[in-house]
Structures are given as structure tokens and as C-alpha cells.
Design a protein around this ligand. Structure first.
Ligand code: PMP
Length: 415
């Protein structure tokens, strides 16, 4: 279900799913009954004694992974997953430096304060040593702007015959950073989402991620970690994992949020070779791989298949973005419409410019949308992007309702 009710019984269309977490819908009956069944049997043993349900789940999860990504670590949150991924990359490569993209969000543990580049989410402290932030290949705000990922649903957005030419410029910048700031051959990992989530559905020019992976691997000895915390589990529509839209197979994939539909569950998936590098210290996590979480995770995976939710993301995402682009034609407050599947962003600007609309003005619009019965997310470097990442079960009427509410609230703002 995509509806929420407040304490007075008011109904809201949930377009943010508890921050991209409610993947198959609130209280989906299959997930509820999987949890209820297990609650009466066994809650917890730690991974000292592994429950058969955990194996059943992990087998199903591994079947969704391409290539040699066959080893699964179950943890409880995206931050834990990314922490472990950094650790694995360092153990495997023997290197220490980790690269992420500007304005990225990868978690808020002390270690990840280096990886998370968004200032507003970092503690007021310098970037810890060994972490570097590469220039963000942002087609809307980046210095080479213009050209977008031709794999996105934005029609005719990229006219480059092969890989987008702007991707080469950003790769050149990445190389400059690595050559000048990071001791050669010292990179442990390049870390990225396939579409930036917290930063407001920023997509990269076609070819960028693939070339970044190659550059970091061949010249600097580092591996590629794909943070699928928001983009995974079919949300982008065309693919089950966001990285598949870029024709790449990462060395490590991290996942959380939608994996458990709101139940604490997250995972790191990697190859046997990389996992083998971690043998000098046992990885221990008291709650990771808890039988309750495993049952929920399995029910979520099955529901995505049975309810055809990836397909729904594809079809409705395309419809949604077309409708939003039509809205943009009549509302110059909308500077950019972007995203893929049901991971969309609407960037609000001062009409006729790329200047971000003032935070207080965005808040006014945001509140008005809520008053009209829709919960929508916010994000972006300037907190001016409306983020649409609903439960993957929304329907065409929900899209039409959203478009009419956006139309009205943007008009209200100008009047
Ligand atoms: N990676 C990404 C892309 C995220 O969006 C988030 C959470 N917003 C995290 C990691 C951290 O996940 P958690 O809050 O579960 O620790």
C-alpha cells in the first residue's frame, strides 16, 4: 500500500516511502505474514548458529547478482554495509585511499564521514585523511552541463553517438585528482551510486561509471564499489540493480533500505576472491542475518517478482517523467526533471535561471504539497530538489493525482 494516515485519520499518498525504504508497499500482507510466522519460531541466534532461513534467503539474493558476486554479508543498515565494503576493499587491495563523488551520501558512521561528501550531513570536521571527492559529473549543475545519460528516460537527452563526450572530461578530472593528490597505485576503492539519491536523482553521462571503474582498476589498483542502497531492487525499472544500466559489474555491491521494506536489514555482496582477503580477522555482527530479517528479505524479493514491481517502476517511471516534463513546460520554477524508474527528482529554481530556489520558498511549496495530501522528499546540494521515490506499487492514478497537486501548489506559490 502507498497510503499513510496521520493521527487524525488524514490520508496521504506516500511518494517517499520512509526515505526510499518501503519498496513493496506499507504492511504488504506477504511480508507481514513471513514476519509473523518467524516470530513464533525463532528470533535470534547470531551467526554462530545459522538458521536455514538465512541460507534460503541468501541463495535467492545471490541469484539476483551478476558475475562472480556470490559472497553475502548480512548487516543492519546502509552505513554498516558501506563501512564493511571500505574495510574489504582495503584488505583486498592493500591500499588505503578511497574516492567518492562530490555531494554523495554513503552513511554517517565516523569512518564514513570521509566518504559522505555532502557538507550538510558531515560533522563539522575536515575530510579524514585517505578520502577524496571527485568532481561530480552532474549534467545540470556540472561545469560541462548539458549532455545527459542517454540511458535515462529523458527523450533525446544525449546526442553523442557512443559514450557521452562529457563523460571523458570528467574522467580526465578524476585522473588529475588521482595523479596529483593520491599517491600512485594507492587507491583502495572508487565508491559511487549509479544515480545519486540524497543529492536529488543526479544521473551521470553515459560511459562515466564504466570508464571510472576501468581507470581506477588498471592505473591505480582500486576496486569499484556500487552503493545500491537506493537504486537497487528494481527501482530504476530497466534493471534490478542500478549499475546494470551502466553495463558494469562492480567488485562489491552494498544494499539497504528497500531490501527490508522498513525492517532493519542490509547486505554487502562481493566475490570469493575479495572476501578471502578478509580472513585475518573474522567479521562479526550480532544482529546481521537475524532470522526475522532473513524472512522479511526473502518475502520482499519474492513480492518484487510476484507483483511485477520492477516492471511497474519501468512503465510508471516513464509515464511519470513524461508528465513531469510537460509540467516543466508551463512551470519555469521547475529547472530540471530527471531520474529513472521510480527514482525521480524535480529541481526548483528561480525562473529562467539555474539558481536554486531559496530554501524557505521550497519549504513553502513542500508544505503545500503535504497539505494537498502528498508526502514527497527533499534533497540536493541546495535542498531545492523534490524527490519522488514512492513504494514501487503506485499506479497511474497516483501519478495523475501528483501531477495535479504539483500544478496547483506551484501556481499557489506564484499567486
Ligand atoms: N547509502 C545511501 C545511498 C543512502 O542513501 C543512505 C541513507 N540515506 C546510506 C547509504 C546509509 O544508510 P543507513 O541510513 O541505513 O545507514
Amino acid at each position: 500500500m502507498q497510503w499513510l494516515f496521520d493521527h487524525e485519520g488524514r490520508k496521504y499518498l506516500d511518494l517517499f516511502g520512509g526515505i526510499v525504504t518501503v519498496s513493496v508497499g506499507h504492511c504488504h500482507p506477504k511480508v507481514v505474514s513471513a514476519l509473523q510466522d518467524q516470530i513464533h519460531t525463532l528470533w535470534h541466534t547470531t551467526n554462530i548458529y545459522r538458521h536455514p532461513k538465512i541460507y534460503e534467503y541468501v541463495e535467492k539474493l545471490v541469484a539476483k547478482m551478476p558475475g562472480d558476486l556470490k559472497v553475502v554479508y548480512l548487516v543492519n543498515s546502509g552505513s554498516e554495509a558501506n563501512d564493511l565494503a571500505v574495510l574489504l576493499a582495503k584488505a583486498y587491495t592493500g591500499n588505503h585511499d578511497v574516492i567518492s563523488l562530490q555531494n554523495s551520501y554513503h552513511g554517517d558512521s565516523t569512518a564514513l564521514m570521509g566518504l559522505t561528501a555532502t557538507q550538510s550531513y558531515r560533522m563539522p570536521m575536515p575530510v579524514p585523511p585517505g578520502f577524496y571527492h571527485a568532481m561530480l559529473p552532474d549534467p545540470f549543475r556540472g561545469i560541462w552541463g548539458g549532455c545527459r545519460d542517454s540511458l535515462s528516460q529523458v527523450p533525446g537527452s544525449c546526442s553523442c553517438p557512443g559514450d557521452c563526450v562529457t563523460s571523458d572530461k570528467y574522467i580526465h578530472q578524476l585522473n588529475e585528482l588521482l595523479e596529483n593528490s593520491v599517491p600512485a597505485g594507492q587507491v583502495a576503492a572508487f565508491f559511487a551510486e549509479s544515480i545519486q539519491g540524497v543529492n536529488g536523482a543526479v544521473q551521470f553521462p553515459k560511459g562515466y561509471l564504466k570508464k571510472a571503474q576501468e581507470l581506477v582498476k588498471t592505473k591505480y589498483g582500486g576496486i569499484f564499489i556500487s552503493d545500491e542502497v537506493q537504486t537497487g531492487f528494481g527501482r530504476t525499472g530497466d534493471a534490478f540493480w542500478g549499475f546494470e544500466n551502466h553495463g558494469i559489474i562492480p567488485d562489491i555491491v552494498t544494499m539497504a533500505k528497500g531490501i527490508g521494506n522498513g525492517f532493519p536489514l542490509a547486505a554487502v555482496v562481493t566475490t570469493k576472491e575479495i572476501a578471502a582477503a578478509h580472513t585475518r580477522a573474522t567479521y562479526f555482527n550480532t544482529f546481521g542475518g537475524n532470522p526475522l530479517a532473513a524472512c522479511v528479505g526473502k518475502a520482499v524479493l519474492e513480492t518484487i517478482e510476484e507483483d511485477h514491481l520492477q516492471e511497474n517502476c519501468k512503465v510508471l517511471g516513464k509515464y511519470f517523467i513524461e508528465q513531469l516534463m510537460d509540467l516543466q513546460k508551463v512551470h519555469p520554477l521547475i529547472g530540471d526533471v530527471r531520474g529513472k524508474g521510480l527514482m525521480l527528482g524535480l529541481e526548483l529554481v528561480v525562473p529562467g535561471t539555474k539558481q536554486a530556489l531559496k530554501v524557505a520558498d521550497v519549504s513553502t511549496i513542500h508544505e503545500d504539497i503535504k497539505d494537498h495530501g502528498i508526502l514527497i522528499g527533499r534533497g540536493g546540494r541546495y535542498n531545492n530538489v523534490l524527490r519522488i521515490k514512492p513504494p514501487m506499487c503506485i499506479n497511474k492514478e497516483d501519478v495523475e493525482f501528483t501531477i495535479s497537486v504539483l500544478d496547483e501548489t506551484l501556481k499557489n506559490f506564484l499567486n
